[in-house]
Design a protein around this ligand. Structure first.
Ligand code: FES
Length: 155
């Protein structure tokens, strides 16, 4: 970096240098557990889970504070895909994560009960990335904000 930021100022004055990154957004429709629908404009490369922050509540992941697990191994962010237009393809680790839950394999050092078998349309919301328009997703569970509010009476 030059002294007093002269290079930066010169580039700015001449209109050269870094250009702002163009953010591309695509419509994604979420069918909510109550049957309602909401279409959000999701940034390209966002996961279905990240983009679901625009819903009344994000997709539930079974975590008390919401959000993703650190290793992509919980498989609790499962959704059913109605239309996979614009979504990334499933990876082996996504498939293995769903299968591990279905078989009840331990996760994060904890035993767990076998979960539901994935269906041909199952995806994990933290794996599936938005790459184009047109995805339509059945959300099985939204995050429950009441789970973090605590008891208002303090009892
Ligand atoms: S949040 Fe754990 S696999 Fe998606």
């Amino acid at each position: 970096m030059s002294r007093f930021g002269i290079r930066k100022r010169l580039r700015s004055a001449l209109g050269v240098g870094r250009r702002p990154v163009e953010i591309i957004r695509y419509p994604v429709t979420y069918v909510l557990p109550d049957g309602g629908e909401q279409t959000v404009q999701a940034e390209e490369y966002y996961s279905l889970l990240m983009a679901s922050q625009a819903l009344p509540a994000p997709i539930g992941t079974g975590r008390r504070a919401g959000g993703t697990c650190p290793d992509g191994g919980c498989a609790l962010c499962r959704v059913e895909i109605i239309d996979d237009s614009g979504l990334s393809v499933m990876t082996d680790s996504e498939r293995e994560s769903m299968q591990a839950l279905a078989e009840g394999k331990p996760h994060e050092g904890r035993n767990r009960e076998p979960g539901d078998q994935p269906t041909p349309t199952s995806r994990l919301a933290c794996y599936a990335k938005i790459r184009g328009p047109g995805a339509r997703v059945q959300v099985l569970e939204l995050f429950d904000y009441d789970s973090v509010r605590g008891d208002p009476d303090g009892t």
